[in-house]
Ligand binder design. Structure first.
Ligand code: NAD
Length: 384
């Protein structure tokens, strides 16, 4: 079928019934009738205005919860009903597929998902499919010993990371993958499979609120020649992600992603005189807040003559409202990269992620913006 007929992105969402998944479904459906309510909040029209990828989306996805998406939207109240009710029938038409049983062998789950994917492709043959992984944060099963795909499929712990079935199915089907979760799916055999299949792999751990501002502020303090002596970051949130992150095992990956990047940006470890880390990050589940996450930062720094100063940042954000547009942006990037022949882990999208995949990702905010320019230019140059 000619390229110009591929006018939409088929956004396949693992975990579509969750806070971000339902917000993505509402935003993508609204985009068709009221683009002015969604498009101004995307980054791609600004950072990559010539991106040769459609702005229109058809969403479908999987969840373990059979609850209809409109019920989940109404219950979470993340998107006010007055905004999405106009497109209720469109959201009701979004295919919600059953997740493959977690107890089944990984290979069987991949095959089940491949059958679903082929069915969705038959239904929308002119759309460009992209997978967005929005599953809950999981305990890292440590699959570093798996150097081949066969070893991965046979590893007894691979099944404990449900994300892998979705990622492997997408790559087998030649579909780009966005890993918005903190879960480490970009292990060597998966990265090699993406590169060999000519498919871009984007991730990991969306950079939506506190960490976004941390990168901006740390980059600014470094550029200004001010030394960071300590940085205390507290998050309170009351959504399902917050409840899940109350489990220290599941929070470990996210905390590591939120912590590591400060030293990298500054170029020195943030410690006291005894070498003890003075960069603290906490995530606390606090039900009254729901999705309205608050992130509070106390930053201690020093200037001329080592004299101390201090800065406070209080972000009263909305977790999924910040995250959903980035998922749509990343879907557009995925399609453009695939069309440009850019495959495997894409490190130049570090702007969007706490722990960018691939080699030598950009570190400071200025470097991350420059990397986006570079990538947009590569996409522009490869256009026929
Ligand atoms: N909101 C943010 O700003 C942000 C930023 C960075 C990363 N993230 C990550 O994005 C992910 C999604 O966040 P969320 O707030 O939507 O979480 P959520 O818990 O609301 O949604 C996860 C969904 O996945 C479903 N699910 C669980 N196991 C499944 C399986 N095996 N197959 C299919 N579906 C399954 C759950 O039923 C739920 O509907 C999390 O990993 C979170 O840490 C979020």
């Amino acid at each position: 079928m000619p390229e110009r007929n591929q006018t939409r992105i088929l956004l396949l969402v693992a975990g579509i019934g969750g806070a971000i998944g339902t917000t993505v479904a509402a935003a993508a459906t609204l985009m068709q009738v009221r683009p002015e309510q969604v498009a101004p909040y995307l980054t791609t029209p600004v950072c990559a205005p010539d991106l040769p990828a459609p702005m229109a989306f058809q969403v479908a996805g999987w969840d373990t919860q059979p609850r209809p998406l409109v019920e989940a939207l109404a219950e979470s109240a993340i998107v006010p009903g007055g905004i999405w009710r106009e497109v209720r029938s469109g959201i009701e038409a979004v295919p919600l597929l059953s997740a493959p049983p977690v107890g089944a062998p990984l290979k069987v789950r991949v095959e089940t998902l491949l059958t679903d994917i082929e069915e969705l492709r038959r239904r929308w043959p002119h759309h460009r499919p992209v997978l967005a992984n929005l599953l809950p944060a999981a305990v890292d099963p440590d699959l570093t010993a798996c150097t081949t795909l066969e070893a991965l499929l046979a590893h007894p712990d691979a099944g404990t990371l449900p994300d892998l079935a979705y990622v492997l199915a997408a790559l087998k089907a030649g579909i780009p993958v966005i890993n918005f979760t903190p879960n480490r799916v970009e292990i060597p055999p998966v990265a090699a499979m993406a590169a060999a299949a000519g498919v871009p792999l984007l991730g990991r751990d969306g950079k939506t609120g506190q960490t976004f501002f941390k990168v901006v502020l740390a980059s600014a303090l470094k550029a200004r020649g001010l030394r960071v002596d300590g940085w205390y970051s507290l998050n309170i949130l009351g959504n399902a992600d917050g409840a899940n992150l109350d489990d220290p095992g599941r929070a470990a990956g996210k905390l590591a992603n939120k912590t590591r990047l400060l030293d990298e940006i500054l170029g020195y470890p943030v410690t006291d005189a005894q070498g003890r880390s003075t960069h603290k990050v906490r995530i606390d589940y606090y039900p009254p807040r729901g999705d309205a996450k608050e992130a509070w930062d106390a930053i201690d720094f020093s200037g001329l003559f080592d004299l101390p100063m201090s800065l406070r940042l209080d972000l009263q954000g909305r977790d999924s409202i910040l995250a959903a547009p980035l998922v749509l942006d990343l879907a557009r990037w995925s399609v453009a990269l695939m069309q440009s022949g850019i495959a495997g882990p894409v490190s130049d999208l570090g702007f969007y992620f706490k722990k960018p995949v691939g080699d030598d990702p950009p570190i400071t905010f200025a470097q991350q913006l420059a990397a986006l320019d570079r990538l947009a230019e590569r996409c522009r140059r490869s256009r026929p």
